[in-house]
Design a protein around this ligand. Structure first.
Ligand SMILES: [Fe+2]
Ligand SMILES: [Fe+2]
Length: 135
């Protein structure tokens, strides 16, 4: 998997979850490109949605525990993605899981996650380091 070390937050549980998220999105792209495996797409999408919800809950709990000042804003961003994933399910119900829809979904998810880790999760990581140093 193409894990970029610049995405490390230094919070082990969060980093492990981020790796699993990116790995799952890469798996979606791989399966989407293979004619004989397209049946697996739906179960990977279901897994991904559950994993995203669980990951966001992990982060939001940390934000609460460490009293992160930007936690409301961060939660809004998480909620927006969950909403986007719900909209996607509706679209798939209507249009089916075409390779085009999946490709678009994949690119969207990949760039959303990488952008979110690089900016929002990294902002929390900096805060986390500042409050836990020497603790
Ligand atoms: Fe995250
Ligand atoms: Fe986050």
């Amino acid at each position: 998997m193409s894990w970029d070390p610049s995405l490390n937050t230094g919070i082990e549980e969060v980093d492990n979850q981020h790796m699993k998220l990116l790995e799952t999105i890469e798996r979606l792209a791989e399966v989407n490109s293979r004619e004989d495996e397209r049946d697996a797409l739906e179960s990977i999408l279901v897994f991904l949605e559950g994993y995203v919800i669980n990951h966001f809950a992990t982060e939001e709990e940390l934000h609460k525990v460490y009293d992160y000042p930007k936690r409301d804003l961060h939660k809004h961003l998480h909620d927006d993605l969950i909403k986007d994933m719900e909209d996607l399910k509706v679209r798939i119900d209507e249009e089916g899981l075409s390779p085009e829809v999946m490709k678009e979904t994949n690119e969207f998810l990949m760039s959303w996650i990488i952008n979110h880790i690089s900016n929002s999760d990294m902002d929390f990581a900096g805060y986390y380091r500042s409050v836990t140093v020497g603790a």
